[in-house]
Design a protein around this ligand. Sequence first.
Ligand code: 2AM
Ligand code: CA
Ligand code: CA
Ligand code: CA
Length: 255
Amino acid sequence: MTEKIDAAVIKLIQDVNEMTLKRMNEPYHVAEKTNYNDLVTTVDKENERFIDQQLEIIDPGCRILSEEGFGTHNLTSLSGHVWIVDPIDGTLNFVRQHDNFGIMLALYVDGQPTLGYIMDCVNRRLYHGSRGQGVYVNEKRSEPPVSLDLHHGLVAISSPLILSNVHNLPAVAQAASGLRMYGSAAKEMIGVLSGELVAYISHLRPWDLAAGRVLAEELGLVVKSIDGTTPDVLSSNLVLVATTQASEDIAKITG
Ligand code: 2AM
Ligand code: CA
Ligand code: CA
Ligand code: CA
């Protein structure tokens, strides 16, 4: 049943990506949400409205949780089909840098991570997959990344976290080959999925984690809260996505 939905959502996210790339070079309005580095543009809102409308046609009766608030329901439970939508991830990069932003969609069925989509917009690279059916980059099947250890790999830690010096995270960065910050959960998730990073640590809201979690778990990567518990789909979590080996190395440092 999800095959038909999957094909339609692949087309949807590709179409929204083309609209986004076109809109990036046209005038749009930028507003501050909570402060000077928390932005929303008219493109985020246009994308979200279009995605939510289309999902209601593709998957009638579904419920939607989307960042900018057009979602059809104020969700308190995960029963049935729940879509989690980030219409532009890395809005600050979209506005200032014109690279390193993405679009993320995920379907959870009765709370189970089921379908995941991460579009690397500028590179037109769509990571998508479903539980039990593998992960693809556009049409090509993606192999699980090698379980490199922390010492031999690059790690991404979000800038607010590394600057706040919590959980011994600067020591994690020091133990790795190098520290990277892309400013987009979508791009950092893709980094771990593709083996470019061995770990990604960030404070993530539902739409930052939902799609990456489906894909990372399908590739046998570790997805957990920094305290070792399973992340709650409907709230913010301080999350680690990593190879098994890097996850063990990091746990020894964060305690
Ligand atoms: P966004 O662009 O969809 O808001 C770097 O800013 C990354 O952190 C992006 O993936 C961004 O997603 C996300 N982000 C921005 N503000 C955040 C916040 N207050 N809490 C958690 N993640 C945030
Ligand atoms: Ca935002
Ligand atoms: Ca986001
Ligand atoms: Ca966003």
